[in-house]
Design a protein. Structure first.
Length: 286
């Protein structure tokens, strides 16, 4: 090299984040843009040119986060093949699997899991299962449960995934959770999923929660029962009035107790019992 010649410096888009390099942290880079917009060919060219696939913004968002949030499966595969960190966390603690679940992208979830994405993050942060329930995709919810998602994962803001599904009125997601053994009376500040169902005035949701053992007498941190959140003489108020006055049948009590003993994965265990098919269907809520 000639004396006095300036050393080669890679363009900003090709360098990783450097402390003090504010622009590189704040702005989305070309690789972020290509990932977010689903421009697979452009992303491939950037990767081949030596771009860092783990560039992060000021809020710790990686290109893989961007691709997963938009459900761009080709971009997700390109990034992972190029060494993208599958469990990278942004400033809110969300991983690419959380973002794929929020997008309701079943294919992205499958690919991330194939690359070793963790389905259960640390406690007190929203999990991929929370995000799937929030987006209202029962197929994503079922897949995450099948690979071991914690049904009782607790987020300090949302509570359990069942709380989220009920607050957002995603009936099918709530049914998948309950069928898999989610605790119907799990509480967040003493507030149960039934309180959420009452607040959104969803009669179908209320009936399903009670059928799975929801406690109509549970009181939240304000001392209120679920029925206290219904309007007088409304369909939900009449529904609660009926349940509060009508005791459970013996068959229902037996079903609830047996499923409680079986715990998570109760449905699979029920089908292995040596009992009549009619009883199996009853215990499995079919």
């Amino acid at each position: 090299m000639e004396t006095g010649a300036a050393p080669f410096t890679a363009p900003a888009a090709l360098r990783g984040p450097v402390i003090g390099d504010i622009g590189n942290w704040v702005d989305r880079t070309p690789v972020h843009d290509a990932s977010r917009q689903g421009q697979a060919l452009q992303l491939k060219q950037l990767i081949e040119s030596g771009v860092c696939v783990n560039l992060v913004t000021v809020d710790s968002i990686t290109p893989l986060h961007e691709a997963c949030l938009q459900g761009h499966i080709q971009c997700v595969k390109l990034l992972l093949d190029a060494g993208a960190q599958v469990d990278a966390r942004n400033i809110d603690g969300s991983t690419p699997l959380c973002d794929a679940s929020a997008a309701g992208s079943l294919e992205c979830i499958k690919v991330l899991l194939d690359y070793g994405a963790k389905v259960n993050p640390p406690l007190f942060t929203a999990s991929p299962l929370h995000e799937a329930c929030m987006s209202g995709n029962p197929e994503c919810v079922k897949l995450l449960i099948d690979v071991g998602a914690n049904l009782e994962a607790h987020d300090c803001h949302f509570g359990t995934p069942l709380h989220v599904a009920c607050a957002r009125e995603h009936l099918e997601c709530a049914k998948v959770l309950l069928s898999a053994g989610a605790k119907v009376n799990a509480a967040k500040l003493h507030e149960t999923a039934l309180h959420h169902a009452a607040k959104v005035k969803n009669k179908d949701l209320i009936e399903m929660l009670v059928e799975f053992g929801g406690n109509v007498y549970a009181r939240d941190n304000r001392g209120k029962k679920p029925s206290d959140y219904s309007w007088p003489n409304s369909p939900t108020a009449k529904c609660f009035e009926y349940y509060e006055k009508t005791p459970n049948t013996l068959s229902q009590l037996c079903r609830l107790q047996l499923r409680k003993e079986l715990g998570q994965g109760a449905v699979e265990k029920v089908y292995k019992l040596n009992i009549p098919q009619r009883l199996i269907e009853y215990l499995a809520y079919n």
